[in-house]
Write a protein that binds this ligand. Structure first.
Ligand code: SAH
Length: 257
């Protein structure tokens, strides 16, 4: 074979490889396009089929209503809300409303969870107390951002269920089954307290367990009526200020007999 022929042959061979490479690439593109058409996640989405719904929930229901704290938004995009609702409610998990979780209780509307998270100014080095674990969803959102999450639930079945889910996912969440009225003295003071059941008044033990400079968010008012979502702040030196944020409707704050 002449030198020229050899060079020519090499060139042909190279073209062959290129063609094969192009075919593979085209194949991959076609598969991705087909996936997109039947509603698979786009190229760089996670393998969770609910990721798209979650992104839309954050965009439309949460950012659309003014929540803009990046840590809160990221947590809301990450936590699989559908795993915190009963199987029968799963297809509604990303809708703009609370959902029943059994025992007469509800998981709060996604916006409310995000709003209550943002308003306490969550930081990684914080310790937060939640009263009303319920499904465990709000605790999971907090655990994505904050190192120490303490949550109390009065209905023991709900508390146990939430504990199992939360412990499988996080090592910074502690669940206690008790009447949250008394707070969690051993771990006080808390940088923030999130109460997710409506109380006629702010339980004094919770005020005591709030750190100076800390914030509590709590729905205050009569059960089964509209309540006011209140922001309670303990100033340096211990003075308390309260501010009404918006009318809300939460399940009642129960008391242990
Ligand atoms: N944060 C929850 C919302 C649950 S609804 C979530 O993300 O799903 C409020 C919860 O508060 C209910 O589960 C109810 O059982 C609980 N609860 C009511 N009174 C309570 C009390 N005194 N102590 C602790 N939990 C209480």
């Amino acid at each position: 074979m002449s030198r020229l022929a050899r060079v020519h042959f090499k060139y042909e061979d190279h073209m062959g490889l290129n063609k094969a490479f192009c075919c593979i690439l085209t194949g991959i593109c076609l598969v991705m396009l087909a996936g997109a058409r039947v509603g698979f996640p786009a190229a760089n989405a996670s393998s969770d089929p609910f990721q798209r719904e979650r992104n839309r929930m954050v965009r439309e229901q949460i950012q659309g209503r003014g929540v803009d704290d990046p840590a809160t938004l990221n947590a809301m995009r990450r936590v699989p809300r559908h795993l915190y609702v009963p199987v029968s409610q799963r297809r509604f998990a990303y809708q703009d409303r609370p959902l029943p979780i059994g025992y007469g209780q509800t998981i709060s509307q996604p916006f409310m969870v995000a709003y209550m998270t943002q308003i306490i100014n969550p930081r990684p080095d914080h310790r937060v107390l939640e009263i009303g674990t319920g499904s465990g969803y709000q605790a999971a959102i907090l655990a994505e951002i904050i190192d120490g999450v303490y949550t109390i639930e009065i209905v023991s079945e709900l508390g146990q269920q939430a504990r199992r889910k939360l412990e499988a996912q996080y090592d910074n969440v502690h669940v206690k089954i008790a009447d949250g009225y008394h707070g969690w003295e051993e771990h006080a003071p808390f940088d923030a307290i999130v109460v997710t059941a409506a109380s006629e008044y702010i339980p004094p033990p919770l005020i005591r367990q709030l750190r100076e400079g800390g914030r509590m968010i709590i729905p205050v008012g009569s059960p089964y009526q509209m309540q006011q979502l209140m922001l309670v702040e303990k100033k340096e030196g211990g003075d308390i200020t309260t501010r009404s944020l918006m009318p809300v409707r939460f399940v009642p704050f129960e008391r242990a007999e």
